[in-house]
Design a protein around this ligand. Structure first.
Ligand SMILES: Cc1cc2nc3c(=O)[nH]c(=O)nc-3n(C[C@H](O)[C@H](O)[C@H](O)COP(=O)(O)OP(=O)(O)OC[C@H]3O[C@@H](n4cnc5c(N)ncnc54)[C@H](O)[C@@H]3O)c2cc1C
Length: 442
């Protein structure tokens, strides 16, 4: 890494998610000029998007403007643009504008840290996407919120019993943490929050199905905690269908493989997708350009110091990578925020060490544990082998999420919201947005 010359060393960080944000934060007071490039002007706290999707929180409470985060750091600039490609030889990024904001076509760097994250994949059935929304982005979480709330409204207006039942059947696909949390929240919405809001329907009669291909939910947790989570879901009224695979989704419902080898049809108008993710397309591009391996989930394989082969000046981190261990074996780390955050801090640490002419050891992930919440005072936690469930796990979940939420104001607002909801069983953000009438369109 060249540190000579009069101009400051230029570090470009792509992605203001969990990994990118930590990298930039650690470079705040370093003798470098940092440019953070993101196609969104905000950092999104993805672990709580499902709460936006179910009306428990508002978008502004889980997102924070990137410029505001770094407003006091004179060496950090924020650029709203999409990274379209890399010219690794020229050490430049190719940018695409985010309409209507113009962006430079190219951006040079001395060190590049790429943290483009991942997105949901529909197992090769992209046509399912329009019928089964996911909660990865703020926009999609709001679309899910509208779809869930509109389903109750449609059921209230529907006179045909069969059609009403389809509106009141909610299917969540994928029994990982997001699917479990989503199913639990829909159940609370139906059984608790909305129970007195309608005149024709009884929202408590809604069916909530959670479909998971594996033989248990929360497969990243020990089996005993999966069993507890499943029992908590059942207590909330969620029907858990494990060992079942979704084979079709359309506007009228979901088809899953039946126990007898045939297919079972579930009529539903509100399907939420929380299964399989694939790495950002930036990972594939970096793999093509450097010859680095790529796995089936599209993750590019980085060296033990998180750099691309033959390019010590290019780091890739977070959901979009797998990492070679010190023996050269590729290791897939969990696709969770702590991995991305630790990698972001590590990459920044390497940059700082190199500027001082020092060596830096290989990246090592420190697993602090896993948490998943199911509903009011119900969660599971596996913290360094200590297994918790129920209220204690839920309290730990609350503290961790408040701690990592960006911005003091957001922490305070979310704490107030949660306290209020806990006391009143209410959800203040039950708004159907994005819908318009014919007369509005004219
Ligand atoms: C619904 C949901 C719930 C989750 N819950 C938890 C949880 O409870 N606990 C947990 O630890 N983890 C959770 N995760 C996983 C966690 O959010 C991810 O592991 C983490 O966000 C990965 O960080 P990252 O920096 O790699 O990517 P991200 O945080 O996704 O950030 C990627 C950033 O890159 C930007 N970007 C992407 N492509 C481009 C481009 N071409 N040009 C410019 N900018 C670009 C994006 O706008 C984004 O800001 C959850 C994820 C989801 C989707």
């Amino acid at each position: 890494m060249s540190t000579s010359g009069s101009r400051e060393h230029r570090v470009v960080v792509v992605g203001g998610g969990f990994g990118g944000l930590q990298a930039v934060s650690k470079l705040r007071r370093a003798p470098v000029e940092v440019t953070l490039v993101d196609r969104r002007n905000f950092h999104l706290f993805q672990p709580l998007t499902y709460q936006v999707a179910t009306g428990a929180l508002s978008p502004g409470e889980i997102a924070y403007p990137l410029r505001a985060i770094f407003k006091r750091d004179r060496n950090v600039g924020v650029l709203l643009a999409e990274v379209a490609d890399f010219d690794l030889d020229a050490r430049e990024l190719h940018l695409r504008p985010v309409s209507p904001v113009p962006a430079p076509e190219r951006l040079g760097y001395d060190t590049l840290i790429v943290a483009g994250g991942s997105h949901y994949t529909y197992f090769g059935h992209e046509e399912w996407r329009m019928h089964a929304a996911e909660v990865k982005s703020l926009e999609s979480a709001l679309a899910v919120r509208s779809r869930l709330l509109a389903a109750f409204e449609a059921a209230e207006a529907e006179s045909n019993a069969e059609a009403r039942e389809a509106w009141l059947t909610f299917v969540v696909v994928g029994g990982g943490a997001t699917g479990v949390e989503m199913a639990g929240q829909i159940a609370e919405l139906a059984r608790d929050t909305l129970r007195r809001d309608f005149r024709t329907i009884d929202p408590r009669r809604a069916r909530i199905l959670l479909v998971e291909g594996a033989d248990r939910v929360l497969t990243s947790f020990p089996p005993s905690l999966s069993a507890k989570a499943e029992r908590s879901l059942q207590r909330l009224g969620v029907t858990v269908l494990t060992g079942r695979t979704v084979i079709g989704i359309d506007a009228a419902g979901v088809t899953i493989d039946g126990r007898d080898g045939g297919a079972e049809r579930i009529a539903s108008r509100a399907v939420v997708w929380a299964a399989g993710v694939t790495a950002s397309g930036l990972a594939g591009r970096l793999a093509d350009l450097t010859g680095a391996e790529r796995d089936r989930a599209g993750r590019v394989t980085v060296e033990a110091d998180l750099t691309l082969p033959g390019h010590p000046e290019v780091f890739a981190i977070g959901d979009m990578v797998r990492v070679r261990d010190v023996d050269g074996e590729p290791v897939v780390l969990p696709g969770v925020a702590p991995v991305a955050m630790q990698q972001g801090r590590y990459a920044a640490g390497v940059v700082r060490a190199r500027l001082r002419g020092r060596e830096h050891g290989a990246f090592r992930y420190r697993d602090k544990g896993s948490l998943a919440t199911i509903g009011r005072a119900a969660a599971v936690a596996d913290i360094k082998g200590v297994r918790l469930s129920g209220f204690l796990a839920w309290a730990a979940w609350l503290v961790v999420h408040l701690w990592y939420l960006i911005g003091f104001q957001n922490r305070l607002l979310v704490l107030i919201r949660w306290s209020f909801s806990f006391a009143t069983h209410g959800r203040g953000a039950r708004l159907i947005t994005g819908a318009s009438t014919n007369s509005e369109q004219r």
